[in-house]
Design a protein around this ligand. Structure first.
Ligand SMILES: Cc1cc2nc3c(=O)[nH]c(=O)nc-3n(C[C@H](O)[C@H](O)[C@H](O)COP(=O)(O)O)c2cc1C
Length: 505
């Protein structure tokens, strides 16, 4: 069977021990891009004063919620002194700290935010109003009249500035850009709940229309998600008809033989949507998967992961979550000591069972693009009460099913390109997907959705780990095919993302 372009891209950007040395280029520091977008003209709305404000009037309260929502999604949360300019880290993690995502805010126009386009200026926590015309209707058309856009007054749009990440990771940056944005979506979902907003994730839109509306140069920057924000404080009982978060694009089976260095931009083009396409009506195999977990091995060891939910309340509802988001950092080293089984169960519970958190005012059914396409494997190197080895995590049954029994520490070190994080973690989570099946359902656009969802799950794992005082770090660089071979993950499952979990050193 011929690969579609996104499958070809995936194949071409695999890391392999034989070729990695020839593929990696040294970094050209003179070309290092800035992680911040600047606008010369526009009206600035300072969000900082609202973080401290104790005013109780309706308008101040709205600004406080918006300010905290953006801060906890993508705001600066740490400053690192370097020899030159200080480096700032953000509420969402990013591969290499390169932050390719930009956040725009579109207002339909209310008494507080006039209609038009705003850019969230992360560095000084302000909004800059750079375009004053009402573009709401254009967004609705570009998003095929998604019902959340009928009722929302505000929408975020996230974009990616490709070169920020490609500067370091070349063509493979496309994967990291979408994983990064997935982490950001995790923050947007949870910070939304903390502040009375319900974000709807739209991945199926006409790219060209959204790019033009934001005045982007499509060679450099492209829209990734449109996120209408419904104000639950103003409309608590509103019911919005369901609508798919992801829509299909074409399946591209014919494409030129591109040289390295041109794959990233081409992949973005090949995953664009140009017209409305229905999702396949009733794909029988997909239906089967929805009822049951994908893999079952009749005689394997099965461990229940059922546990009580993580408590996110401190003094106030969800204040423990806010605190966790603001202090989250990627762990740089683990001690090698183990986790408890209860800790691992709690991490899985928060990540895959949002419905257990409704009583804590979190969204029991947050938007993903299509979690039926993502599978989870957990390699256990140090979890008290659990045999070492590779397990399939069955989210519906809430159990771990053992595939291979072995201590994989040294192999994990190698598979994660020699990173100690892989070797010293107590558990390493692998998110995978059958690309062929995903492309059948969503065309080449599937490639975007899979990475966004894997990043979103990764962010929930991150926050749960920090709340439990564990260490956590994403890893997007690994020897793709070797992971399957060594750990026994089925060949059809392309590894999309790795999250390491352990005791911080
Ligand atoms: C998609 C993704 C891939 C990452 N890959 C690695 C990795 O391979 N090795 C590593 O040490 N950290 C990795 N990280 C962590 C980043 O280095 C970290 O997020 C960044 O330096 C910002 O720091 P912070 O997470 O503490 O805010 C990754 C993070 C993301 C989101």
């Amino acid at each position: 069977m011929v690969d579609s372009f996104s499958q070809h891209y995936h194949q071409r950007t695999k890391y392999d021990p034989e070729t990695i040395a020839t593929k990696s280029q040294g970094l050209d520091w003179s070309q290092q891009p800035s992680s911040y977008k600047e606008y010369k003209i526009g009206t600035t709305y300072d969000l900082k004063p609202y973080l401290q404000s104790t005013k109780q009037d309706v308008d101040s309260h709205w600004w406080q919620r918006l300010s905290l929502f953006l801060l906890c999604s993508y705001g600066l949360t740490a400053r690192i002194q370097t020899m030159g300019e200080p480096m700032y880290l953000r509420a969402a993690p990013s591969a290499g700290g390169l932050y390719p995502a930009e956040i725009y805010l579109v207002s339909r126009g209310n008494n507080l935010l006039p209609a038009g386009l705003y850019n969230y200026q992360v560095k000084d926590h302000t909004l800059i109003h750079f375009w004053a015309n009402d573009v709401w209707q254009n967004i609705q058309v570009a998003c095929f009249m998604h019902p959340a856009l009928m009722v929302a007054d505000l929408s975020l749009i996230t974009t990616a500035v490709f070169y920020r990440s490609a500067w370091r990771y070349q063509d493979r940056a496309y994967r990291r850009i979408f994983l990064d944005t997935g982490h950001l979506l995790g923050n947007i979902e949870l910070s939304g709940s903390m502040n009375g907003f319900r974000p709807y994730f739209i991945g199926g839109f006409i790219d060209r229309s959204i790019n033009e509306l934001l005045y982007l140069n499509p060679e450099q920057e492209g829209a990734v998600t449109v996120i209408p924000i419904v104000d639950l404080d103003a409309r608590p009982d509103l019911i919005i008809p369901s609508f798919p978060s992801g829509l299909p694009s074409k399946i591209n089976l014919e494409y030129p033989d591109l040289p390295d260095g041109r794959l990233l931009n081409y992949c973005h083009q090949m995953t664009e949507i140009t017209e409305f396409r229905q999702l396949p009506a009733n794909p029988t195999d997909v239906n089967l998967i929805q009822l049951d977990d994908k893999y079952n091995f009749p005689f394997c060891l099965k461990i229940s992961t059922v546990t009580s939910p993580i408590d996110w309340q401190d003094n106030l509802p969800l204040s423990g979550l806010e605190d966790t988001i603001l202090k989250r950092r990627s762990t740089r080293a683990y001690t090698g000591a183990g986790l408890t089984l209860n800790e691992l169960n709690a991490l899985l519970d928060f990540t895959y069972h949002p419905e257990h958190y409704a009583a804590q005012h979190l969204d029991p059914n947050p938007d993903y693009f299509d979690l039926d396409l993502i599978e989870t494997f957990v390699v256990v190197s140090g979890v008290q009460g659990l045999e070492e080895g590779c397990y399939y995590y069955a989210p519906r049954a809430q159990e771990l099913r053992q595939i291979r029994f072995k201590n994989f520490r040294e192999q994990l070190h190698y598979l994660c390109l020699g990173q100690d994080l892989g070797r010293d973690a107590g558990a390493v989570v692998f998110h995978t997907a059958d690309l062929q099946m995903a492309v059948q359902k969503y065309g080449d656009r599937a490639y975007r959705y899979l990475h966004l969802d894997a990043g979103h799950l990764g962010q929930r794992l991150n926050l749960a780990a920090i709340r439990l005082e564990l260490g956590v770090s994403g890893i997007a660089g690994f020897f793709d095919d070797r992971v399957n071979e060594v750990l026994g993950i089925p060949e059809d499952e392309a590894v999309i993302y790795i999250t390491t979990l352990g005791r911080p050193a």
